[in-house]
Design a protein around this ligand. Structure first.
Ligand code: SF4
Ligand code: SF4
Length: 442
C-alpha cells in the first residue's frame, strides 16, 4: 500500500505561516498565579464542581465531574486554594462556570496521580476507565470525550486507526513539536488504542511540511512493523477526519455519517500522547502544548500551558504585542474563534493563540459573484458554496438544505479562495443553524 503523497479531492493551498514557531522547542509556560478552569470545556454535558470556595486542591485533583455518559471530568492544574466559582467565556464563546484557584506556588501533586500499570495487563474496560478519569477529550480542537468515541467505535467494529498529525491549519505547530519531541508517547498511545480495539496495526498520518516529525516517528518505529507513518500532501483541510480517512485508506464517509461508518477511528496525535501519559504516569489532562504566534506578537513560542491560564498571561510570556493587535484568534485562522478579552482561559481544545496585525485583520471589501467556480473546485465536501450561500443570504433555508448545506464542515476553503471575497462560510454556517433550529421546532 502506498504511504506517501496521499491526498483528497478539493481543498486549498494556503501559506502555512508555520515558520514563526516550527523550529521552537516546547517551553514550560510561566507558572500562573491564578487559574480559572472551566467546568465545561468538552463536547457533552458540563461538569458540576466537586470543590467549593476555601477548599485546597492539588495538581491533578479532580475538581469537576458529571454522571452523564458524554462528558469528561476536569482537574486542577496547580495546587492552592479555591477562591471562587466564576462565570466566564471559554475560547469558543460559551459562558460557563469556572473554578478559580490561587496558586500556593508548591505544585503539590495529588495522590491519585500514579502509573496505572503495564499495558499488557490492562483490560479494555480499564483503558476506557483510565481515559475517562484522566479527562481526555480530543486535543485537535474538537474536545470530544475520548472514552465515548472508544465505546461507539468499538460497537461499530472499526478495523483501522489513524492518528491525525496533519495539523493543516496555518500557524499551528503544537502537534508538530509533540511528534518531533515526544514520538514515543504518540506511538505508545496508538498501541493502547490498538489493544483496546483488538487491532494489530495503525497509522500516523502527517503532512509533508513536517518531514522532521515524520523522520522522528520513523526512527522511533524502527523494528516495529505494525505502525505505519503515512505522508500527506500539504493541503487544507487535510486534517478534517473525513478527508483524512479518504486520503489514507481511500474510504469515503457518507454525507451525514461518521468515520466509524467506514470502520475507521481517527484521533489527534496529542490526544494519543495524553492517553500515554494517563497510563504511564497516571497524569490527567491538566496541561497541553499551545502555539502562541503571529505577526502581532514579539516572540512567538510553543508553550506547555496549564489549563485555566489566561490568554493574557501567554501573550505576556511571548514579549507582548508588536504594535496594536488587529485580531486574536484561539485555534487556527481558518476554523478558530476571535477573542474579545485576554482574560479567557485556555481549555483542553485550544491548539493555538494567533495574534494578527491591524493590517492583516482589516475588513475585506466584497463584490458580486463572478461565477468563476473556484469555491466549487475547492470544497472538500463536494458542495456548491455559491448556491447555498446565495439562498442563505435570501433567507431561503429550505432551498439551502436541498443543496446539502448541512454537509458543510465550515472549513473556510470557499471563502479563502473566492476572488470576490463573498462571505460564503459565514452565510452557509448561518443556514445550517437555521435549518437545525427549524428541524428542532418541527
Ligand atoms: S461549503 Fe463548507 S465545506 Fe465547502 S469549502 Fe465552504 S466551508 Fe468548506
Ligand atoms: S469563488 Fe466566489 S466569485 Fe467564484 S463562483 Fe464562488 S462565490 Fe462566485
Amino acid at each position: 500500500m502506498r504511504l506517501d503523497n496521499l491526498t483528497f479531492k478539493g481543498g486549498i493551498h494556503v501559506k502555512d505561516q508555520k515558520e514563526f514557531t516550527k523550529d521552537k522547542s516546547v517551553e514550560k509556560a510561566i507558572e500562573p498565579s491564578i487559574v480559572k478552569i472551566p467546568l465545561h470545556q468538552h463536547v457533552g454535558a458540563p461538569c458540576k464542581a466537586l470543590v467549593k470556595k476555601g477548599d485546597t486542591v492539588k495538581v491533578g485533583q479532580k475538581i469537576g465531574d458529571s454522571e452523564a455518559t458524554l462528558t469528561v471530568p476536569v482537574h486542577s492544574s496547580i495546587s492552592g486554594e479555591v477562591i471562587g466559582i466564576e462565570k466566564l467565556y471559554t475560547p469558543d464563546g460559551y459562558k460557563v462556570d469556572c473554578v478559580v484557584i490561587e496558586s500556593d506556588g508548591l505544585n503539590e501533586v495529588d495522590e491519585s496521580v500514579k502509573p496505572k500499570g503495564k499495558l499488557e495487563s490492562l483490560t479494555g474496560e480499564e483503558i476506557l476507565a483510565i481515559s475517562r478519569e484522566a479527562g481526555i477529550a480530543g486535543l485537535g480542537g474538537a474536545a470530544f470525550p475520548l472514552h465515548s468515541k472508544f465505546t461507539t467505535s468499538l460497537e461499530a467494529g472499526i478495523d483501522t486507526i489513524i492518528l491525525n498529525g496533519s495539523e493543516c491549519e496555518p500557524y499551528l505547530t503544537s502537534d508538530h513539536r509533540v511528534m518531533l519531541e515526544s514520538p514515543e508517547k504518540v506511538i505508545y498511545g496508538l498501541e493502547v488504542m490498538m489493544k483496546y480495539f483488538g487491532l494489530n496495526s495503525g497509522y500516523i498520518a502527517v503532512e509533508d511540511n513536517k518531514n522532521d516529525a515524520i523522520a522522528s516517528l520513523k526512527e522511533s518505529l524502527k523494528g516495529n512493523d505494525s505502525i505505519h507513518v503515512a505522508s500527506l500532501i500539504t493541503k487544507f483541510p487535510q486534517g478534517e477526519s473525513y478527508r483524512l480517512v479518504d486520503a489514507v485508506i481511500g474510504r469515503k464517509v457518507p454525507q451525514g455519517g461518521r468515520t466509524k461508518d467506514v470502520k475507521s477511528f481517527v484521533t489527534n496525535v496529542c490526544t494519543s500522547a495524553a492517553l500515554a501519559e494517563a497510563i504511564l504516569d497516571g497524569k490527567p489532562l491538566y496541561e497541553r502544548v499551545v502555539t502562541v504566534t503571529g505577526n502581532g506578537l514579539k516572540e512567538p513560542k510553543n508553550l506547555m500551558v496549564k489549563i485555566g491560564t489566561s490568554i493574557g498571561d501567554l501573550i505576556a510570556q511571548c514579549g507582548g504585542f508588536k504594535g496594536t493587535p488587529g485580531k486574536i484568534i484561539a485555534g487556527g485562522p481558518m476554523t478558530g474563534f476571535t477573542q474579545f478579552t485576554l482574560d479567557t482561559p485556555i481549555t483542553k481544545g485550544v491548539t493555538g493563540i494567533i495574534v494578527l496585525t491591524e493590517e492583516e485583520a482589516a475588513p475585506v471589501k466584497t463584490s458580486p459573484c463572478i461565477k468563476c467556480g473556484k469555491c466549487v473546485e475547492a470544497c472538500p465536501a463536494y458542495l456548491l458554496p455559491l448556491t447555498i450561500s446565495a439562498y442563505s443570504l435570501k433567507d431561503m433555508y429550505d432551498e439551502a438544505e436541498s443543496y446539502n448545506a448541512l454537509a458543510c464542515i465550515e472549513c473556510g476553503s470557499c471563502s479563502y479562495i473566492c476572488p470576490a471575497k463573498r462571505p460564503l462560510t459565514e452565510s452557509i454556517a448561518h443556514a445550517k443553524r437555521e435549518i437545525t433550529a427549524q428541524r428542532k421546532k418541527s
